[in-house]
Design a protein around this ligand. Structure first.
Ligand code: KG4
Ligand code: ZN
Length: 340
């Protein structure tokens, strides 16, 4: 008898990316993401525009996912969708679509927590990527989240710390905005930082108890610093962009590393798995790599397309729940606030 093929269609629509993926027994066959360019001119995600764009994108994105995976919807075993956390209007589009399709095809429906999915993305079968073993510490860093989570099993997670205000990606993006860079500015800060001196300017790190984070004070500190300098020299930003970016990035990376080191000290766990769009940052990548030699940590970063918001990570959670027979039904509601 051959191996059973389980095909999961997953749908993600929690923020400003519409995504659909097909997974077969732990392997991704397709992962289609439609980004919403519309928010760029506003310097941040506009919820009303996001749900409208999801509404337009969802049918073609799901269709593309099936086409690229080369399977027919009749072959699907189950449908997984992001129930929360996220923007209400955005979540409703993906959830309603998933429910209708599951009812139409008469197959199981599986609800997924987006934050768990960022963490379980590490369990997608992918060549040249190894998986963390339990227990490990996960740090999810993106434009919407900043969390440190202790992971004892697939669905046994404890939030050890999280941001009390802005997410770390927002700290990058808002700093970039102060410098006049386009949204999202995180990747640009990273790019200019590579040519600059990280110790050129000193920014005050916030004092936050425990393993929680705060980034709003840093942003204000940067704003006042820049305003003062520009008053003295109108070309200050232009003439020192690399050094400013390197110093901002250095401070943010230090804030993240201080907390993760504290978490390792408190738990004794030396396996660190990161996810979220900010995992692309070269500063955090280098700092993590260094800990492998210096402290004997093992660090894990998934393939970049599984770091940013995507449906592949929803699909792997869907598959893990499918194996447990953990299904929901069409009466389920979205949860804009949904803790791990
Ligand atoms: O995971 P993601 O695509 O979407 C959210 O759920 O937010 O993360 C996007 C965030 C943005 O804030 C973006 O500026 C940041 O990740 N980002 C970076 C880099 N690449 C993306 N921040 C710093 N350095 C990067 N290389
Ligand atoms: Zn996310």
């Amino acid at each position: 008898m051959g191996l059973t093929q389980t095909y999961i269609l997953a749908i993600e629509s929690s923020c400003d990316d519409t995504s659909a993926a097909i997974l077969c027994n732990g392997k991704i066959l397709s992962n289609v993401v439609a980004n919403q360019k519309i928010h760029e001119e506003y310097g941040g995600v506009v919820p009303e525009l996001a749900s409208r764009a999801h509404q337009q994108n969802i049918v073609p994105v799901v269709h593309q996912a099936l086409v690229r995976a080369n399977i027919d919807k009749k072959q699907l075993s189950a449908i997984a969708f992001t129930r929360g956390p996220g923007l209400m209007g955005s979540l409703l589009v993906g959830t309603s679509f998933a429910k209708s399709l599951a009812v139409g095809l008469n197959i199981p429906l599986i609800e997924v927590n987006h934050m768990q999915a960022h963490i379980l993305a590490h369990f997608i079968e992918e060549e040249n990527y190894s998986k963390p073993s339990f227990p490990f510490l996960a740090m999810t860093i993106s434009g919407g989240h900043t969390q440190i989570v202790r992971v004892d099993d697939y669905f046994q997670m404890t939030v050890l710390g999280e941001t009390l205000d802005d997410a770390v990606g927002e700290a990058f993006d808002k700093s970039a905005k102060i410098l006049g860079l386009p949204y999202p500015g995180g990747p640009l800060i990273d790019k200019y930082a590579k040519e600059g001196n990280p110790k050129a300017y000193l920014f005050t790190k916030p004092r936050v108890n425990g393993l929680n984070f705060s980034f709003s004070g840093l942003k204000t500190g940067i704003l006042y610093f820049i305003q003062k300098k520009v008053k003295e020299d109108p070309d200050f930003i232009k003439n020192n962009l690399n050094d400013i970016c390197a110093s901002i990035q250095y401070t943010i990376v230090q804030i993240l590393m201080d907390k993760i080191k504290k978490a390792v000290k408190e738990t004794g766990i030396k396996q660190i798995a990161i996810g979220g769009g900010v995992s692309a940052n070269s500063g955090i990548r280098n700092a993590l790599k260094e800990t492998e030699k210096k402290y004997g940590w093992s660090t894990y970063i998934p393939k970049f397309e599984y770091c940013t918001d995507n449906a592949a990570m929803i699909a792997i959670v869907g598959y893990l729940k499918y194996l447990e027979g953990n299904f929901t039904n069409e009466t389920i509601n979205v949860k804009a606030r949904y803790s791990i």
